[in-house]
Design a protein around this ligand. Sequence first.
Ligand code: AMP
Length: 194
Amino acid sequence: MTEISSLCVYCGSRIPKDPSHIDAAKSLGKDLAENGIRLVYGGGHVGLMGVIADSTIDSGGQVTGIIPGHLHDIEVSHEKLTELHIVDSMHARKEMMYQTSDAFVVLPGGLGTLDETFEMVTWRQLGLHDKPIILVNYKNYWRPLLDLMDHMIKAGFVEKEALGYFTVVEELKDIIPALAKAPDAEIKADISKF
Ligand code: AMP
């Protein structure tokens, strides 16, 4: 079973139309704080990213933000984090988010969230890491993506096993138990070879 002390959350940098997604991000932030799990995220104070960071901090939790210098103003670096790393590039940000996290959770988000998520999923496909990835299909937000996966598998472009690269949960309360149930990550990835 995985002992998670540091969790990377990928989520949208915008405020979505459905306010229940905001409540979801707040709720996860509180859960992380209460379970003593450090939040690792993109370091901004915008959208759901800002909401989960605020909620974790307000609940007494630890938050590490990692932001590239050029996004410092656009995503408005959060000023109250436990630690904020300003890095040189998007790649450096993703690498540090990967290195400092035991697992990944994906809340609803946009293109950046998809990019970050599928980098972790494709690294798993290549056997470069085996850290748990939890896709939170809250309010069925990711259904079209899951349908696309099925479509790609049926078409023969993706192996059936790909569905095992990540765990889908429907409810926020299922995230922490899903992380606890995940097998320990065994691959000691050397990211310099990626
Ligand atoms: P979004 O899901 O588009 O709202 O973005 C969520 C986060 O992903 C933000 O912090 C973005 O800076 C980040 N992001 C956007 N585009 C990319 C990209 N191509 N690679 C990695 N991260 C990105």
